[in-house]
Ligand binder design. Sequence first.
Ligand code: DX5
Ligand code: ZN
Length: 265
Amino acid sequence: SKYEPVLRMHCADFQEEPPEIFGWTEPVAYEPVYTLGANIFESMEKILAPSILAADIMRLGEQIEAVKNAGAKYLHIDVMDGEFVPNFGLGVDYIRGLRELTSIPLDLHLMIKDPEYKLPWIGIHKEDIVTIHYESTFQVQRALDYLVPYGCKRFLAINPATPIGQIEEVLDYIDGVNLLMVNPGFAGQKIVPSTLRKAEKLQKFLQEMHREDIILEVDGNITKEHGATLRSCGASIFVAGTSSIFCTDVSHFGEKIREFRKAVE
Ligand code: DX5
Ligand code: ZN
C-alpha cells in the first residue's frame, strides 16, 4: 500500500489504509529537516517546549532564534478552533509561516473538534509531536490511527477533569500523554490544583500497566516549582509559556531556560 514504508517503521500492527472519507488526502512525505542527534525519546533528557501562543508576535523571529540557541528541541503550538476551546489561534497559515521561519520540529497541540478530519491541512512533519485531545472526538482510537501515516509521535492530551482511566484502552496507540494542568485555551492561567495529584496517579497507573515508556508531557502554568514537582512524577516534556520563559525580555530567555532546566533535571 502507499503507506507501507511509514507504517512498517512506525506501527507494525496497522493493517489498513484509512478509508476514503471527507477531508482525507494522502499525507505529504516530508524529508527530515532537523536532526536531533541522540534519540531523545530513549534518553532521560528533559525537554522544554516553548509555547508560541505566549510569544510576542512583533518579536517572533527574535524569540524563536533565542529559544533555538538555548537548545529548544520543539516549539509547542496551540492550535485552537473556537469550538473545542473558547479561543482561536495558531491555525494552518500560521504553521506554514513558522515552517519558513524555523526548522525546529513542532509539538502540535490540537485543541480542535474532530481532529482526525483536519490532519491533512496542517502539514505534519515526521519529526513533530502531534497531540489530540481525548475529549475532542468520539473516536479517539480512529483519530490516533489516522496519525500513523505521518510517522510523527502520537500524544493524547487529557483535560483536568478527565479521569486517567479513560486512556487505558488506547495505550497501545500512543507515544505520550499530555497532562493539562489548566483548562486549555489561554496562556497565563493558574494551575488546577488537583492536577498535581493527578500527575502522581498517572505515573502509578503507567507503572501498573507496564507502560513507563509512555512519555509524560505537562502543559499549563508550568513554573519552575511546578516543573520540579512534576519531574518527580515522571514528566519529561515541559511546556514553557508565560509561567517560565515568556515573562521577560528576549535577552533573558537563555538564562530563564537554563534556570528552568536546572529545576527539572
Ligand atoms: C494552554 C496552553 C499552553 C499555554 C502554556 O491552553 O495549552 O500551551 O500556552 O503557557 P502558560 O505558562 O501561560 O500557562
Ligand atoms: Zn498547549
